[in-house]
Design a protein around this ligand. Structure first.
Ligand SMILES: [Zn+2]
Length: 377
């Protein structure tokens, strides 16, 4: 299913919502259409369910590689976005980029490749396409179709899960400070999940905001940072998830005596639920470690109390998690130690584990991380 064709009578044509059904039916009788990519013959389909589109008459590499697998949602969204970008720049729908053998949904001003992604895409293919665009100096902008889980949320501060696939579309790691931009072709509106704060595994807290396509601009509008009142909601949700994690942590231990976290708590004579609130804060980059931040941060504090804070000691700590990106792990560890230092808790001693700092103060230190960076086109 494609929207662009070469017509015998009219040259390159793109179907938009401006074309009336009657007009298209007439056109179908009087003209011939060909694929801009493979030059194969196309038919113009004007049906009831899917918006009017072209389809290859005979299946070939082109039809399977580029367009025929597309859903009605993808086709409709692509068309809506095409009309949106047209008010700013020249746009080519399904442009053929011969040099890299790629065909973005939209090519805006020969500078931006817009990909409206409705179905999961393997990470390799995602990376491959981005590399292709980079090679020819085009900036890709991926917009995923608003996931159902997000559609159900009302505007405001919300807790929800993002799959690994959805996380691909958050520009750059770390998650903190980033925005996921989605588009919902059914409601013709953008949905932003901005100021993402990782909680645990795939769970994040974010500010949800809808923007009808008629109110959007390009470069895309940014979501205002959370207000004081909204930050309180982040704090409340985060703290309650942390409490829940800790109270269930003893029950979910599967490693018995080898469970480093529980063994450490036992050695330092502290119950997991009693760990002070500055342990388990979403400091910048902390989501690189698996599970809840409270676990690796407590383990780090126990480790530093026993082995000191020199590079070699920290290196040993990081090496215990062989699957991590070392640079990101180092950054996360340093950010957390800096945070402890700002609280006046360094050098770390067993007494630290009995100190309490009000949660509001902790969040005041954290917020600059996820407020600083904003959506970049
Ligand atoms: Zn073709």
């Amino acid at each position: 299913m494609i929207l662009t064709a070469v017509s015998k009578a009219n040259g390159l044509i793109t179907l938009t919502r401006q074309h009336k059904r009657r007009e298209l039916e007439e056109w179908r009788r009087s003209d011939n259409f060909f694929c801009p990519q493979c030059k194969g013959k196309l038919i113009l389909k004007v049906g009831q369910v899917v918006i009017p589109h072209f389809a290859h008459i005979s299946s070939n590499d082109c039809s399977s590689a580029f367009s025929e697998g597309e859903s009605a949602d993808h086709l409709a969204g692509k068309q809506q976005l095409y009309e949106f970008f047209q008010s700013y720049y020249p746009v080519q729908l399904e442009a053929v980029l011969d040099k890299i053998k790629q065909r973005p949904d939209l090519l805006v001003n020969n500078r931006f490749a817009i990909e409206y992604q409705c179905s999961p895409i393997p990470k390799d293919l995602f990376d491959h396409r981005n590399a292709g665009y980079k090679e020819i100096g085009i900036k890709p902008i991926w917009i995923i179709r608003t996931p159902t889980t997000l559609q159900e949320l009302s505007d405001g501060i919300q807790l929800f899960s993002l799959s690994k696939f959805q996380q691909l579309f958050i520009p750059r790691r770390p998650l903190i400070g980033q925005t996921l931009l989605t588009y919902d072709n059914t409601n013709k509106s953008f949905l932003y999940a901005s100021h993402l704060l990782p909680v645990q595994q795939n769970q994040v807290i974010a500010k949800i905001r809808r923007l009808p396509i008629g109110s959007q601009q390009f470069p895309f509008l940014l979501v205002n940072p959370p207000t004081k009142r909204e930050l309180k909601i982040y704090e409340k949700i985060y703290s309650s998830k942390r409490r829940r994690f800790l109270s269930s942590r003893v029950l979910t231990s599967r490693k018995g005596l080898k469970d480093r976290f529980l063994r450490n708590c036992y050695m330092f004579r502290i119950r997991p639920e009693e760990l002070p609130s500055f342990i388990g804060m979403p400091t910048a980059g902390s989501e690189i470690f698996e599970g809840h931040a409270v676990e690796w941060q407590a383990n780090l504090i126990f480790h530093v109390i026993e082995n000191g804070m020199e590079d070699q000691s920290l290196d040993t700590f990081i090496n215990r998690q062989p699957h991590l990106d070392r640079n990101l792990a180092w950054a996360a560890v340093n950010n957390f130690l800096l945070f402890l230092d700002q609280l006046g808790l360094c050098p770390l001693t067993p007494d630290c584990l009995r100190k309490s700092v009000p949660v509001e103060i902790l969040f005041e230190l954290i917020t600059p991380h996820f407020l600083a960076k904003r959506y970049e086109n």
